[in-house]
Write a protein that binds this ligand. Structure first.
Ligand code: NAP
Length: 253
């Protein structure tokens, strides 16, 4: 790909950004128009925010197919800016980058840290959290819709489930209410939601970031039991935590 800067033709790097996060959108905005960027989305949300630069949507078909895509699209660098819990695509990206011999970096926001006032119970995965829910509790689940099956046997528990889009198939939960939309950014709105539904337990993934942190503050203030799911391991390789650090890493390439 060639871009013109005044009279000089300068080659432009093509950067594939594996997206689905705020950071991926911010990075695409920061890199355009100096680089050619292609943001890739899995296609899980109905109306995703449009990134700057190019967009492609849908799975690649595994690591080998992703490696083929990297070659056919002349990708110079890959930034894996997927969600910290999107472990499969991160694994596939690492494998594909190695197969195609293309530099790769992960952009992953830092996890939330418990403060002195917090008394989180940390679980390795949703299955472990489901097994440790107290009988007959009323639980606020903010884990998206894909992995709700982990709770299918807890028909003693009532769940408030928050998802970005309305579900198109019945949820695999015996007793629940589903609400749709993004997390509230106001602590008082989150408190209101928790109190209205008489919630006593919050189960959340340690996603990090400010966008969905209000529920943690609300849960702490209301004395809820907080069950925190820890992040899956990331593949070996360079990891940065901010868009600015990713830009610096790219400039050094
Ligand atoms: P995953 O379990 O790691 O990925 C499952 C499959 O979805 C992958 O093997 C890949 O299919 C496809 N895929 C995932 N991300 C993709 C992307 N950016 N571009 C193209 N294909 C992608 O991921 P997930 O947990 O389903 O998450 C899907 C997307 O939602 C990610 O982009 C992630 O950033 C975002 N997200 C996830 C969470 C979460 O809690 N997991 C929360 C917020 C946003 P193929 O094998 O066919 O290539």
């Amino acid at each position: 790909m060639i871009a013109t800067a005044g009279l000089l033709a300068v080659p432009t790097k093509t950067i594939l950004i594996l997206g689905g996060t705020r950071e991926a959108l911010d990075l695409a905005a920061a890199l355009n128009p100096d680089y050619r960027t292609i943001t890739s989305l899995a296609g899980r949300t109905k109306s995703p925010k449009m990134p700057a630069g190019e967009l492609r949507v849908g799975g690649f078909g595994g690591a080998k197919a992703l490696a083929d895509y990297l070659v056919s699209e002349n990708i110079d660098i890959i930034v894996d800016a997927t969600h910290p819990f999107a472990a499969t695509i991160s694994r596939n990206t690492a494998e594909a980058a190695a197969l195609a011999n293309i530099p790769r970096i992960m952009l992953q926001r830092p996890p939330w840290q418990a403060s002195a006032d917090d008394n989180w119970e940390v679980f390795p995965d949703l299955k472990a959290a489901a097994a440790n829910l107290k009988p007959n509790s009323r639980c606020f689940l903010t884990i998206g819709r894909q992995e709700l099956g982990a709770f299918k046997n807890r028909d003693d528990v009532w769940f408030l489930v928050r998802m970005i889009d309305a579900p198109t198939t019945p949820l695999p939960l015996a007793r629940h209410e589903a609400i749709t939309g993004l997390p509230q950014t106001s602590v008082s709105n989150e408190k209101n939601l928790i109190q209205t539904h008489k919630i006593d337990t919050l189960i959340t993934k340690n996603s990090g970031g400010n966008l969905s942190a209000a529920k943690l503050e609300a849960a702490r203030e209301l004395g809820l039991r907080i069950m925190m799911i820890q992040r899956p391991q990331v593949p070996a390789g360079d990891v940065v935590e901010t868009v600015e650090a990713a830009e610096r890493w790219l400039l050094n390439r």
